[in-house]
Design a binder for this molecule. Sequence first.
Ligand SMILES: Nc1ncnc2c1ncn2[C@@H]1O[C@H](COP(=O)(O)OP(=O)(O)OP(=O)(O)O)[C@@H](O)[C@H]1O
Length: 292
Amino acid sequence: MSNILEIRNLRKQYDKFSLKDISFSLERGYIMGFIGPNGAGKSTTIKLIMNLIKRDSGEIKVFGLDNIKNEKEIKEKIGFVYDENYFYEHLSILEMKRIIAPFYKHWDDGTFKKYIKDFNLPPSRKIKDLSKGMKMKFSLALALSHRAELIIMDEPTSGLDPVFRIEMLEILQSLIQDERVSVFFSTHITTDLEKIADYITFINDGSIVFSRPKDDILESFALIKGGKELLDKDTRKEFLAIKENSFGFEALTDNTDRIKKIFKNEVIIERPTLEDIMVYTVRGEIKCLDSY
Ligand SMILES: Nc1ncnc2c1ncn2[C@@H]1O[C@H](COP(=O)(O)OP(=O)(O)OP(=O)(O)O)[C@@H](O)[C@H]1O
């Protein structure tokens, strides 16, 4: 299988934050969700892929090519949807499109018109008068109109109404029916990923916690619920993270068999959501610092 995106030992240092040698890859024909708490490094990673900021070290390959040496060629085939505005505010949708279209060899005006219509975008409305959701739709329409093979989006569904969010997820899913196309997008809305992602890459404090198929992740973790009396110094160590209240505990494990062996049927075992996995993992690390 060929990787459409490959990141190896990528490093970027800011004053108070560092992206720490991150590595992951995405195959052609799949959707990867990029999740992590605020300030984890998602936008930094996306900006590095798009060569909007300079990496300190490491390697980024898109379509097998170095993203800096082959920037022009690569960007022809990337559809980039970004939540910060990079349009000329005083221009209308149509005027802005006329400026952007000539940059792409494979621009398809028919496709653009179709999306503008589907997305209910008024062509003569000025960019500055568009809502956040409309700007996002416009950005997506542009990205989809030049036969991009890799769609990269930074929080595309934030600020969108639920109806369009679902519609957009369906559009993304239909895109990968064409097996040439992959989608990489960051989001805080983990339920969106549960619906459409094939792979999940989870970043926390500048490090990759995991980058794996979604189904594997959901199957390999479990939420364990039990009475407080089951927790002691030794049993606590069996969990990745624990949440306690006056009645009992809830904890995350990635080794259900071992938990079953230790606690037999004294605990309840449930399937976690991606949000559970994310919240427990982030808090769990804090807890480790506190308790050991
Ligand atoms: N130009 C910069 N100079 C210094 N620090 C920066 C700069 N850009 C980002 N950072 C810091 O890098 C860290 C990671 O930011 P980043 O925007 O990548 O996070 P994120 O995961 O996208 O967060 P969010 O979910 O809130 O959008 C943050 O602590 C941020 O303050």
